[in-house]
Ligand binder design. Structure first.
Ligand code: NDP
Length: 407
């Protein structure tokens, strides 16, 4: 299995880097554009994409003089054309247009579409051998093996943009693979870290969206509150760095200052620290293999004073344990885990299920999937996409009974 390089194979960075940002109007997109804005002489924007936010996309396209922009919603093409009138920016709409954006000849692509919808465009960037900064963890959770294999075959460089994985990427450069004993991913614990199980069960959307440290998109913020996000990250780390589930630990660290650590055979633990601001890992990806000037506040440890750590509580946050179960089961189980979670989060946002039912729907979908004999080796990304679709259908079918059941 292929993994990202542990030691940086340093190559000279050329003058101007052409970049595309998939999911430019989202939270990661916003942080990426902020960094690009700070160094206009270093970057040329090739393509930008959004789902439905035509106004935001057109504004960015004009500001950065992008060559091509695309919205996923096919019904918004005429609106996009009108918003770009008087410019020579080419545009498209629909899923194919998002893939086309990824296929355009940018050296560096930020993959920051939310959810499994980001898989096909990210694969398109991978297949042409680009440097792909990967924020969209669902790509790896759905189809990690094929994603990493296709990257290796095409000579693409996957740069982990998720803060924990970027921390591991940096710390791993301190040793060799055979010297590594385990990696440790930190988790803030989210807004419900200290809540009783009964209160977590009844948590509202507004409460779930109040993350103590990070400002992020809606889906990942809810995933952080359920700790499903940490589960997705365990799976992501497994594919990125070719690690077994036993080599990946999670520790709750409420201050979110240490993002990831690597323990080596001599018991040295190498950590990466920084203010909880996604612009730091994105800057690392954007500059790689060099370093650029960051935009996050400098870390002031004396002001922070105390860093604390706790073991994760699988009873109150069962979604994290389910991720390990899915990883061990293999054969498409992580794809099912992700698909069921996306259905559950959408149902929670629509107030169809309680917060506590998110993990129950994921568990029930995984169990039903296994009971039905559906676990089977996947042979390509299209297999993973088919599992994703079928698992969504199964989760949607199970939703009414999960919604009706008391905890
Ligand atoms: P947001 O919801 O803030 O933004 C998502 C972006 O993707 C928007 O540009 C949105 O367009 C676009 N989009 C949504 N659905 C589709 C679709 N079906 N097809 C094409 N484009 C679509 O998400 P985040 O920026 O928070 O997260 C993006 C990814 O990065 C996720 O996978 C997340 O897990 C990961 N990530 C995020 C972190 C963060 O701090 N936010 C940290 C680490 C990882 P529109 O604006 O039109 O809706």
């Amino acid at each position: 299995m292929s993994a990202v390089p542990l030691r940086n194979a340093r190559v000279a960075a050329s003058g101007v880097r052409s970049v595309s940002v998939l999911g430019a109007t989202g939270s990661i997109g916003d942080s990426t554009m902020d960094l690009l804005r700070a160094s206009p002489e270093r970057y040329q924007v090739e393509a930008l994409t959004a789902n439905t936010n035509v106004a935001g996309l057109a504004k960015l396209a004009k500001e950065f003089n992008a060559r091509f922009v695309a919205v996923a919603d096919p019904a918004r093409l005429s609106e996009l054309r009108a918003a770009l009138a008087g410019t020579d920016i080419a545009c498209g709409a629909g899923e194919g247009a998002i893939v086309e954006a990824a296929e355009r000849p940018a050296d560096w692509v930020m993959a920051a579409v939310a959810g499994a919808a980001g898989l096909k465009p990210a694969l398109a960037a991978v297949d042409r051998g680009a440097h792909v900064a990967l924020a969209n963890k669902e790509c790896l959770v759905c189809a990690g093996e094929f994603f990493m294999d296709r990257a290796a075959k095409a000579g693409a460089t996957i740069l982990p943009a998720d803060s924990e994985h970027n921390a591991l990427f940096q710390a791993l450069a301190s040793g060799n693979r055979d010297e590594l004993t385990k990696v440790i991913i930190t988790a803030s614990g989210g807004p419900f870290r200290t809540w009783a199980a009964a209160d977590i069960e009844q948590a509202t959307l507004a409460q779930a969206l109040k993350h103590p440290n990070w400002s992020m998109g809606q889906k990942i913020t809810i995933d952080s509150a359920s700790m499903m996000n940490k589960g997705l990250e365990v799976i992501e780390a497994s594919w990125l760095f070719a690690l077994s589930p036993d080599e990946i630990d999670v520790v709750v660290h409420p201050q979110s200052i240490i993002h990831g650590m690597v323990e080596f055979s001599d018991r040295s633990v190498v950590a990466q620290l920084g203010s909880p601001d996604m612009r730091t890992p994105i800057a690392h990806c954007l500059g790689w293999p060099d370093r650029i000037v960051g935009r996050a506040a400098p870390l002031d440890l004396a002001k922070i004073g105390t860093l604390t750590f706790e073991a994760p509580d699988y009873a109150r946050f069962p979604g994290l344990k389910l991720a390990y179960d899915a990883l061990r089961a293999g054969n498409g189980a992580t794809t099912v885990y992700n698909a069921a979670n996306e259905i559950a989060v959408a149902a929670f946002i629509a107030q169809r299920i309680r917060f506590g039912a998110i993990a129950r729907l994921v568990e029930e979908t995984m169990n039903s999937w296994i009971r039905a004999g559906n676990l089977a080796p996947l042979s390509c990304a299209d297999d993973a996409i088919a599992v994703d679709h079928n698992a969504r259908d199964m989760a949607a079918a199970l939703l009414p009974q999960i919604a009706a059941k008391a905890s």
